[in-house]
Design a protein around this ligand. Structure first.
Ligand code: UD1
Ligand code: CA
Length: 457
């Protein structure tokens, strides 16, 4: 029995007070809908159908490479209407799992439990007990202990007594496709909101003698809906806690577990320490003993064993070898490889360059399109002039070279192994190995020179 997932995502999300369609708002760096799609994909469904309406083109455009069947709902006539539009041509024996685009934290394990009950031929509802059930549909049960579910009543249609019920409908459900299609076709919009309520299938199922099963959510967090920016921020906190808990469990030291953001995947070796307010994006791996200082942002990078990234650094697509030191205040742009035991210091920008073992670029320097050998020392304020206004040109610096402070290396240019470049030089021709090259005007002292005196008027 295969599963077809239907995700309801046509709502406008007025309370977000934003021009962006609700399901595109980012949560931990990915749109809300991406989280729901990931949970759906974990079930290996036959098909995923997404009902979209408001900002439909933008929503579709945000997921270009995923296998999604898009269903357009021009007018939002309710959750029941949305599901009805999504059901044609689903094999009757499939189980249909209904998810909401704005309930992003739901866990695959919970969804599996829900689908399992539907496979028994039941209408399975995901429910939760909320201390404050305001706004949610309430679960109505038959009288007596262990009374079965007989209906769901929406807040707007509920009596005061029903409003006191704390067992709520999360909106997520699973049902055999054939039965769901038959019931959805019979929904009527005779309620306070003049909408087709999906929840009315519960009453229809009870009438038809079909079993209705309640599956309790694993936690209150996983069924939280995102309707406004406060709930979006709260969901961000939940995800941050989940990520931090996983890292702590794996032995990572988080100086403040509430202040780490992982927007993607982070792999850590043993004895890694991460200071507060670090943002990891994309795919990042940190080797054993790595220390990441506060206020640093690392994206799609690898940091080797024993390396230290100090505070206020930005690394993007970097390949940092073992025992390197970067920052504070360093910017490592894409295409940088530090082979090992190297150093990039404060106010240094590096891009598309390789820095060999034991080489140091310690202060206030720009290195672009360069290949730097081993045991090289680049003095403060050195600049590779890699761009001539039309093309990017390479700088090559041989092993054991010493570049004095304030040097301009006008590329394409090569500094030979063991060469020394005098401070303040503008090097526009290759500098031979093993020798001192200086390219600056000579210092003169003018004997007997006097400062001009002020002329009195
Ligand atoms: C719904 C449930 C309610 C439940 C709550 C949980 C119904 C009638 N009510 O109420 O019992 O407690 O969710 O959050 O189902 N959508 C469409 N097309 C539509 C209408 C809605 O795609 O025509 C989508 C929305 O984008 C959203 C989801 O369905 O992702 C839920 O719709 P919403 O209007 O927020 O339902 P609630 O009134 O919150
Ligand atoms: Ca809602």
């Amino acid at each position: 029995m295969a599963t077809t997932v239907v995700i309801l995502a046509a709502g406008q999300g007025k309370r977000m007070r934003s021009d962006l369609p609700k399901v595109l708002h980012p949560l931990a760096g990915r749109p809300l809908l991406a989280h729901v799609l990931a949970a759906a994909a974990a079930l290996r469904p036959r098909e995923v159908r997404v009902v979209h309406g408001h900002g439909g083109e933008r929503v579709r455009a945000a997921f270009p490479d995923q296998r999604i069947s898009w269903v357009h709902q021009a007018e939002q006539q309710g959750t029941g209407h949305a599901v009805r539009l999504a059901l044609p041509r689903i094999p009757a024996r499939d189980v249909v799992l209904v998810l909401y685009g704005d309930v992003p934290l739901v866990q695959p394990a919970t969804l599996r439990r829900l689908v399992a009950r539907a496979r028994e031929g039941k209408l399975a509802l995901l429910t939760a007990g909320f201390a404050d059930p305001t706004g949610y549909g309430r679960i109505i049960r038959a009288a007596g202990r262990r009374g079965g579910i007989i209906g769901i009543v929406e807040e707007k249609d509920a009596t005061p007594a029903q409003r006191a019920i704390r067992e709520i409908n999360t909106g997520l459900m699973a049902c055999p496709a054939g039965a769901l299609a038959r019931m959805a076709a019979r929904l009527r919009a005779n309620n306070a909101q003049r909408e087709y309520y999906l929840t009315d299938v519960v009453g229809l199922a009870v009438k038809a003698g079909m079993g209705v099963a309640a599956v309790a959510a694993g936690s209150v967090d996983e069924v939280m809906g995102i309707n406004d920016k406060a709930q979006l921020a709260a969901a961000g906190c939940v995800l941050r806690q989940r990520t931090a808990a996983t890292l702590l469990q794996a032995g990572v030291t988080l100086v403040d577990p509430a202040r780490i953001d992982v927007h993607g995947s982070l792999r850590c070796g043993r004895d890694v320490t991460i200071h507060p307010d670090v943002l990891f994006e994309g795919d990042v791996s940190l080797g054993d003993g790595v220390i990441v200082g506060p206020f640093t942002r690392i994206r799609d990078s690898r940091v080797g064993t024993g390396s230290v990234i100090h505070s206020h650094c930005v690394l993007e697509s970097a390949d940092v070898g073992e025992r390197c030191e970067i920052g504070p205040f360093a910017r490592v742009r894409p295409g940088v490889k530090l082979v090992g035991d190297g150093r990039i210091g404060n106010f240094v920008e590096v891009k598309k360059s390789t820095i060999g073992r034991h080489s140091k670029v310690s202060h206030l320097t720009y290195i672009g399109d360069a290949t730097i050998g081993e045991h090289v020392n680049v003095g403060a304020g050195t600049i590779t002039c890699n761009y001539d206004g039309a093309n990017k040109n390479r700088t090559v610096i041989g092993d054991h070279a010493f570049i004095g402070s304030g040097v301009e290396l006008v590329a394409p240019v090569e500094v030979g192994a063991g060469a020394t470049i005098g401070a303040g030089s503008t090097i526009s021709k290759d500098a031979p190995p093993g020798q001192l090259t200086v390219a600056r005007s000579r210092q003169v002292t003018i004997a007997g020179w006097k400062r001009p005196a002020r002329v009195r008027k």
